[in-house]
Design a protein around this ligand. Structure first.
Ligand code: PMP
Length: 432
């Protein structure tokens, strides 16, 4: 591995002109002991190439979207062909209709859809919509779930904010945070308690149906069914934030895998094929409240732009191919098995949560089923592991709360190389 001299120089320059040197806090190495993050020059398939000539096997997948690997020919071609015809119209196109139809076919609870530009926007708008529809103000969310950076959902958020030790963001008035109730994930008694107290004021309950933001944490049996039943009894609406999960584990959402339908769904990440996108949608009678049909305003200059839509169509079409998710699951299983056996061999205490082609390694002896248990993962040990892997050319997210994401570009050889690096890392962690 070459010394990352160029990365260090670029980081110094970046620190002067870009706040914190990065354009999103999770890209900094603050949660793994600090220092210069790796500046990337190129990415292709499962690999990153940095500015100093090093190659890495990438398990970040850009925090989820890059499920086909980098620079996938189908996506690249769609972007190139579309760009020639103009990249932004501000007028409708046939591609938007085609893509909305594809998404609705895959996720039928999204009877009507609106495209936006990010997951943050999608979730933010579903919240406004639940308020517009119910005439209520309060929102309930689950501790540690991350739903973007809009005011209402930065209360007890996971992912970036918790990693950086900011449980709550500055700049959010208490008049807003007071409208947000937070209960632990997978905790039905706590949900019942909150609904008993505030049920008639709650407009919507926001949930990651399978958590990706304090690592991969699946819902407990009947959790999603009970959320639906209890929230509907109280007269509120259920919003699924499937920004990470949609098309990650299956052609559709987690809602289709578990057979439980929310009233509204927020999408992002994968559905843009790597370009900026978000989408929200749901029951027609609720979506009727959105302008220009109804009184709830939401708009976007870039929304539904031809490039994002074309890249999204190309990506989703690739994912619909037979065997995609089986391949991701099999690779995930192989990674899981190898990581577990190395941990056993070297006496490193881990808990591993995996769902299909995504997994999280927690350095703890506690089973992880909510944010509190996820927090027991040892940050120092994770930091050590992260650095050892990086020096062997394996790029993981720089946070103990993130997932490893497999892509269809990863090969058996990549998995073998990764497991070798895991084994060496654990052997070094054992001896220190
Ligand atoms: N919801 C979830 C579940 C997410 O994981 C994220 C981003 N990590 C968001 C919303 C926000 O999406 P974006 O970063 O595109 O605004």
């Amino acid at each position: 591995m070459n010394k990352r001299i160029t990365s260090t120089t670029l980081y110094e320059q970046a620190l002067d002109v870009i706040v914190g040197g990065v354009n999103s806090p999770s890209r900094s190495f603050k949660a793994v002991g600090g220092g210069a993050p790796v500046f990337m020059k190129k990415a292709e398939g499962a690999y990153f190439y940095d500015e100093d000539g090093n190659r890495y096997i990438d398990y970040l997948a850009a925090f989820g979207p890059v499920i086909l690997g980098h620079a996938h020919p189908a996506v690249t071609q769609a972007i190139q062909e579309t760009a020639i015809d103009g990249i932004l119209y501000g007028a409708p196109t046939s591609k938007e209709v085609e893509f909305a139809t594809m998404l609705r076919d895959a996720i039928p609870s999204m009877e009507q859809i609106r495209f936006v530009n990010s997951g943050t926007e999608a979730v933010m708008t579903t919240i406004r919509l639940t308020r517009a529809y119910t005439g209520r103000n309060k929102i309930l969310k689950f501790a540690g779930c991350y739903h973007g950076h809009s005011d209402l959902v930065l209360v007890a958020a996971g992912s970036g904010p918790s990693t950086l030790g900011i449980p709550d963001s500055a700049g959010i008035p208490t008049s807003i945070s007071q409208e947000v109730i937070t209960v632990p994930y997978n905790d039905i008694p706590a949900l019942k308690g909150a609904l008993a107290k505030w049920g008639d004021q709650i407009a919507g309950v926001l949930v990651e149906p399978l958590v990706g933001n304090f690592g991969i944490v699946p819902p407990a049996p009947q959790f999603l069914e009970q959320v639906n039943e209890l929230v509907h009894q109280a007269g509120g609406l259920v919003i699924y934030d499937e920004v990470i999960t949609a098309f990650r584990f299956h052609y559709g959402g987690i809602q289709n895998l578990y057979g439980v339908e929310p009233d509204l769904t927020a999408l992002g990440k994968i559905i843009g094929g790597g370009l900026p996108i978000g989408a929200y949608g749901g029951r027609r009678d609720i979506m009727d409240k959105v302008a220009p049909m109804g009184p709830m305003y939401q708009a976007g200059t870039m929304a539904g732009n031809p490039l994002s839509i074309s890249a999204g169509i190309a990506c989703i079409r690739e994912l619909s191919k037979e065997g995609t998710y089986q391949q991701l699951d099999e690779m995930g299983a192989r990674l899981e098995e190898g990581i577990r056996s190395s941990a056993d061999k070297h006496g490193v205490q881990i808990m591993l949560n995996r769902f299909g082609g995504a997994l999280t390694v927690y350095f703890t002896d506690q089973e992880v089923f909510d944010y509190d248990t996820a927090q027991t993962s040892d940050s120092e040990q994770f930091g050590k592991f992260f650095r050892l892997m990086l020096e062997q050319g394996i790029y993981l997210a720089a946070s103990k709360y993130e997932a490893w994401f497999l892509t269809t570009a990863h090969t058996d050889q990549d998995i073998a190389e990764t497991l070798k690096a895991v084994d060496i890392s654990f052997s070094k962690m054992e001896s220190h």
